[in-house]
Structures are given as structure tokens and as C-alpha cells.
Ligand binder design. Structure first.
Ligand code: SF4
Length: 360
């Protein structure tokens, strides 16, 4: 299919445009300098599910605190989580840390050049491997992210809806590998998608690829890519337990090492089930912390949306009268923990209710 587009012309036009219009990003090498592979890797991991504007501060914080991969490998996981707070999807932080340790142990603290080797490392999938290989080392490949899918769907007027469209673009991307400057070509596509071939209102009149763009010539560019048929996210229900002791400390727990929010600190909760909990039911308190005689259910609920489901959490509050066991935190010290967003919402909800801390 790509044969009907002049790839050489497209490559030349894109690179010329990129030389004049590239975005200045903190992880990007300035013209004339080689990219720092650590910066490329870190930014690509942070940019998954997060915007460039949000990532800038986090990126700067990470490279200031851990200037090289060896420093990141020496950090504790809690420190990494703490500095990741607010970026969400904590498995990315966990894998980042694990990957840094693997790189130090097996690769002298350097990122490998080849995409298949990169892809075998923790937290590096096919897209990130291709992005690192192309941007950091100019390996001949085109990493396909959301921007590239959109640009290609328009360039080739692809009518296949998402997510199947992505496979079609992957195949085209293999045919579109540039003859040189692979890193700049990849970043050029990303920048074009972010600033010109925007999701809404593409700026075709100033686009360097307009001459070759089938979507533009057919007048369908703004309607592409065709969206996926929306699936409805299921809703789950749980109870979070706020337990205080005589010293005014709050009971916390570390979540299991596998599964959602793995290894993170939070308040104890019931399992998150498909139906709302009956607040009078004994079953509810089977999973409640022991040593609390009376539970008060706080009004309202905390809502949070994860990738695959919506969560509604009610909050039960109680006073523990058994000797201290487990993980307790003074209220003032709560902020030293790297809570996931959903737990921050619960803590805020407790503070905002009439039953809130300090305990009587
Ligand atoms: S001409 Fe328009 S639709 Fe085509 S690539 Fe450029 S901005 Fe996107």
C-alpha cells in the first residue's frame, strides 16, 4: 500500500520540517548532540499513559535525584514510588527500578542497542524498545504510538477502526523505515502528530506531508482514525477500613506483591467485588481488621477509575483496642507514604467528614 506514496519525498519533507520545528523537551538531545539513552528510556516509560506537560517535572526530578542509571538502581523501591506519586500505573515505576538493577547487573549500566534485547528487559514492550532503539541509537525502525497511528491512518486514508488499525499501521511502519536519521524521523512523526496532525482539527494547510496525504485529499482526515466501538467498563465495590488506636495512629497495610497496586501502601480494604456490599452483613467484617468492636460507616463514597473498571469505595471507621501489631502511621506521617491516588482520595474523604481525625 505504501508504494502509492512517495516515501522518499515524505521522509525528506518530514525531516526538513523536524529540523525547523522540533519541540524542545528536557529528555531530547539538542541538535548536534547525541541523545542520552537513559533519558530516552525514562521519558518513554513516563510518557506511557501520561502527557508531555505532566512528565516534564517528573522527568527533571528523577534525573536530578538519580543522574545515571546506577543511581536509580541503588534507590529503594519506596523512594522510586515516592517520586512517582501522581503519575499512576505504579507497575511502571516498579519495572523501571527493576530494569535499572538488571542493566547495572547484566549490561554495565548501559541500555542495549537492539530492540529484541531491550524488549526482554522489565517494563519494556515492543513500542518502548523500538522507540529507544530508534531515538537513542538510530536503529532503523519506526516506533508506533498513538500519534503515529493517527498520522498514518490519515496519510494512507485507512478506514479500519481502532484497535485493529494499529496492526495495519505496524505493517506499514515496517515498510516506512527511513534510509537515515531514524531517531529524527520517529520524533518528527511524534511532533507532527502532537502539533500539526492533531486529534481534532488537523492543520493540513501547514503540514509538510500534505502533498502525499490521502486522507487530506479525500477530505476525511479529521474523521480518522475511526474510533473503537466503546465497551462499558464494569463497576466494582469495596470497603476501606480506617482504624485508629489510642495513640491516634492509623492502620495501614502493604498490598500483595502481585495484582493491582502491587506492593503499595494503603488502608486495609475488603476485596473489590461486582456487587455493592451489604453494610450490615457479617461477610463484610470477615475481611475487616481485628480488634474493632464497633464500625461507623462514613457517609458518601470514594470513586476511582482504573484502566479496566470503575471502583466505588465506602469507608468504615473504627477504634482498635488490641495491642499494636502491623503497620501503623501517625496522622502527620501519612504524607511520607507513597499512596496510590485511590488511597489519597480515601484519606481526603475521611478528613472531610464530621467523623474525621483527630480521634476523640
Ligand atoms: S495533511 Fe493533514 S491529515 Fe495529512 S498528515 Fe498532514 S495534518 Fe495530518
Amino acid at each position: 500500500m505504501s508504494k502509492s506514496i512517495n516515501i522518499n519525498l515524505l521522509e525528506e519533507n518530514l525531516l526538513t520540517w523536524y529540523d525547523r520545528n522540533q519541540r524542545a523537551l528536557p529528555w531530547r538531545a539538542v541538535p548536534g548532540y547525541s541523545p542520552n539513552p537513559y533519558h530516552v528510556w525514562l521519558s518513554e516509560i513516563m510518557l506511557q499513559q501520561t502527557t508531555v506537560a505532566t512528565v516534564k517535572d517528573y522527568f527533571s526530578r528523577f534525573v536530578t535525584r538519580w543522574p545515571v542509571i546506577e543511581d536509580l538502581a541503588k534507590a529503594t523501591l519506596d523512594e522510586v514510588f515516592h517520586n512517582w506519586q501522581g503519575l499512576g500505573y505504579y507497575s511502571r515505576a516498579r519495572n523501571l527500578h527493576k530494569c535499572a538493577q538488571t542493566l547495572v547487573r547484566d549490561y554495565k549500566g548501559l541500555l542495549p542497542h537492539e530492540a529484541p534485547v531491550l524488549q526482554a528487559l522489565p517494563g519494556i514492550g515492543p513500542y518502548t524498545a523500538a522507540a529507544i532503539a530508534a531515538i537513542a541509537y538510530d536503529q532503523p525502525m519506526v516506533p508506533v504510538d498513538g500519534n503515529v497511528v493517527r498520522v498514518f491512518s490519515r496519510l494512507f486514508a485507512l478506514e479500519t477502526p481502532l484497535p485493529a488499525l494499529k496492526n495495519e499501521v505496524q505493517i506499514l511502519a515496517k515498510e516506512m523505515v527511513p534510509s537515515h536519521r531514524s531517531g529524527d524521523f520517529a520524533q518528527g512523526l511524534m511532533d507532527l502528530g502532537a502539533t500539526v496532525c492533531r486529534p481534532r482539527n488537523p492543520l493540513c494547510e501547514i503540514c509538510p506531508l500534505q502533498k502525499e496525504c490521502k486522507g487530506h485529499h479525500k477530505g476525511v482526515a479529521a474523521q480518522l482514525p475511526r474510533p473503537a466501538v466503546k465497551s462499558i467498563k464494569p463497576r466494582r465495590y469495596g470497603i476501606a477500613f480506617w482504624v485508629e488506636n489510642d495513640e491516634g495512629e492509623i492502620l495501614l497495610e502493604k498490598r500483595p506483591d502481585k495484582g493491582l497496586l502491587a506492593g503499595l501502601i494503603g488502608l486495609p480494604t475488603t476485596i473489590w467485588q461486582d456487587t455493592p456490599w451489604n453494610l450490615e452483613s457479617d461477610a463484610l467484617f470477615v475481611s475487616a481488621p481485628k480488634g474493632v468492636d464497633t464500625w461507623a460507616h462514613l457517609p458518601g463514597m470514594v470513586r476511582h477509575t482504573f484502566t479496566h473498571f470503575h471502583l466505588e469505595l465506602r469507608i468504615a471507621k473504627g477504634h482498635s483496642n488490641i495491642p499494636k501489631k502491623g503497620l501503623w502511621s501517625s496522622f502527620d506521617n501519612l504524607k511520607s507514604h507513597a499512596f496510590p491516588t485511590v488511597m489519597k482520595k480515601v484519606i481526603r474523604a475521611v478528613m472531610e467528614t464530621s467523623l474525621s481525625y483527630p480521634p476523640k
